[in-house]
Design a protein around this ligand. Sequence first.
Ligand code: UT7
Length: 331
Amino acid sequence: MQSVVQQTVQSGEWRSRLTGVGGALPKNVITNEELAERLETSDEWIRTRTGIAQRHIAGEGESAVSLATEAARQALEHANVSSADVDAIIVATSTPDQVFPSVAVRVQAALGIEQGFGFDVSAACSGFIYALSTADAMIRSRQVSRVLVIGVEVFSRLLDWEDRSTCVLFGDGAGAVLLEGGETQHEGILSTHLHADGRLGDLLYVDGAVGCASGKVALKMHGREVFRHAVVRLAAAVDEALEANGLKGSDVQWLVPHQANLRIIDGMAKRLALPPERVVVTVDRHANTSAASIPLALCEAVHDQRIKKGDLVLMEALGGGLTWGSALIRL
Ligand code: UT7
C-alpha cells in the first residue's frame, strides 16, 4: 500500500524543529507480582513475552487532561516558550476523559492559552506519529508556527481487568513535544510516513463506545496476529523513511520505537544493526502506553542527555486500525 503522507525536504527549508519535550506518569505503580496475586499470570510470563516489569496506573484526580497538561507544561518549559506563543495543540489519544470537548482544548484552558485551536487525533498506538505528521504539515504550510503535540492515554480505564491476555500489557501516561517552524539547514522533521489498513480492524479494537447498545467497553486483541503484522509493517515503514531521505540504517543514531513488546523492539534494532544502547526502551517500566509511548521515551532520553542536539532519531509505531507509521527527525 502506498504511503498517504510522505514529506521530504531539502536543506535550508522551512521545517518543524522539535524544541521541547515533556512527560508525565501517574503516581501509582503496579508490578507484575501484584497482578499475579489476582490473575492467573506470572512475572516470568509477562517479562519473557513482553519485557514488561511494571506499569503506572492513573488514580483518583489523575486523568488524560491532567497528565497531558503536565507533559505539555514541561515541554514548554524545556523549550523556554511561553504558553502565550502556542498556536495549536494536537493530542493523540484513544482514551479522552470526555467525548467532547477534546483533551486538546481542555489542555489549552488548563495552560491558560486563549489563542489558537486544538483537536484530538484517534489512531490508537500510532496516534503520536499521526499527530506529529499533522502538526508538521500545518507548520510547513505556515498555517501555524508553534504546535504542542501530545500523546496521552489512560488505557487502564479501557481494560478488562479479568482478561490476562490484555490487562497485563498496558499502562497510563503522557508525553509531549513542542514543534516550532523555522528556516534550518539540517534540523527538524525530515519526513513522516502514515499507513492504515482498515480490513485488519478486528485484530485490535475496543468493543464499544458511548453510543453502543451493550454499554460494555473493553480492549480486545489477537496478540499473535498483531505481533506478526507489526514485524512486517514496521520494517517496511522504517525502510520507507530511510529511502525517502537517502539514508541507511547505520545513519540512524537513535531508535525511539512504540513500546508494545521488547521482542518487536529488539527485532527492529537488529534489522537496523543498532546496538542496544542506541535504542530507547521504557516498556519495562511503563508497559504499553499507546499514543504516549514514543514521546515519553523521547522525553526520558533527551532529559538524561542520551539523545543530543543534532542526533538523527527514527520513530515507528503500529496500533489498532491497523494503523502504522514512521518519522525521521534530526534534533
Ligand atoms: O500496541 C499495539 C500493538 N500491539 C502489539 O504490538 C502487541 C503484539 N503482540 C504481542 O506483543 C504478543 O502477541 C503478546 C504479548 C500479546 C502475547 O504473546 P505471545 O507470545 O504471542 O502469546 P500468545 O498470545 O500466543 O499466548 C501464549 C499462551 C496462551 O496459552 P496457550 O493457548 O498456548 O495455552 C495464552 O493463553 O500464553 C497464555 N497467556 C498468558 N499466560 C500467562 C496469555 N496471556 C497470559 C498471561 N499470563 N498474562
